[in-house]
Design a protein around this ligand. Structure first.
Ligand SMILES: [Ca+2]
Length: 273
């Protein structure tokens, strides 16, 4: 399923401008150093905040024409570099947020205590507002759906974080029949090309984006607009009763009222450089 793309034209324009600026830099010999001759610091994995990783700038393939109308068309988007959490936000981290801010705990907690032995599981029963406020409290922000898809997909247009073939042993997906969440990072063979965990399965993840049609999408629905927020990545929950198909593909889109919370919705944060 898909969103956002008045950005597409802008992204291509920016790409062309950046290409031109790079070319100018090469001809004038100013890339890689400041006018004063000091080395220019460039973002790297080494400079990423703890438990975050760098998603480098550049174009990537987003969307798909293979399944649901809102997932297409497949198109190329240019993004600047950004950081994203390697893991879904856990109960342990969310507890720090609650204790710091006085925010009410999720409904499956007892008081300010998360379910027993679930500290490293992703927090669930969180609304979009909870997720958005947590990320800002942590000095971060929610990723856009575009950023999320690049972090999961890399640049080669793959269907799943690990490649093009569905493999229920590489993610906590309903086909694995575990019946609940797993500790974050439990499926390292299912990591994305950037080493990001649980991008297919475990919990669906709230993004900053409204549910809107991609540019050039010719299949409008009454659901597009600034009503629903996009969630990405599938979860452990079997949604086949809703004819959702396999929810693990990188380009899959779900959309819900931002006040929705359940035992399959969580989130991770991103950060601008
Ligand atoms: Ca996930």
């Amino acid at each position: 399923m898909i969103a956002l793309d008045p950005l597409k034209g802008t992204c291509f324009f920016l790409f062309n401008v950046l290409f031109l600026l790079t070319a100018i830099g090469l001809f004038t010999g100013v890339t890689g150093a400041t006018a004063a001759g000091a080395p220019k610091s460039s973002p790297s994995h080494a400079t990423a905040p703890p438990n975050m990783t760098l998603i480098p700038q550049g174009p990537f393939i987003m969307g798909s024409d293979a399944r649901w109308p809102d997932e297409g068309p497949m198109h190329t988007v240019y993004l600047d570099s950004f950081y994203i959490d390697k893991f879904e936000v856990t109960h342990i981290l969310y507890q720090k947020f609650i204790e710091s801010t006085g925010r009410p705990a999720p409904e499956d907690w007892i008081g300010n205590t998360y379910p027993p032995n679930n500290g490293n599981h992703p927090v669930v029963f969180v609304t979009w507002y909870d997720a958005n406020d947590f990320c800002h409290w942590a000095g971060k922000r929610l990723p856009t759906d575009i950023e999320w898809e690049k972090a999961a997909r890399g640049t080669d247009g793959r269907w799943f974080p690990w490649g093009n073939d569905f493999d229920p042993k590489k993610a906590n997906v309903p086909q694995l029949k575990l019946g609940g969440t797993t500790p974050v990072g439990s499926f390292p063979k299912g990591n994305s090309p950037y080493g990001v965990s649980d991008m297919a399965g475990n919990v669906w993840e709230w993004t900053a984006s409204w549910y809107k049609a991609y540019a050039e999408n010719k299949r409008p629905t009454e659901n597009y607009g600034e009503k629903y927020r996009v969630l990405k990545g599938g979860s452990w929950i079997d949604c086949s009763g809703y004819h959702c198909g396999i929810s693990a593909p990188n380009f899959n889109r779900s959309f819900f009222n931002p006040g929705t919370k359940n035992n399959g919705f969580g989130f991770r944060c991103a950060k601008s450089l």
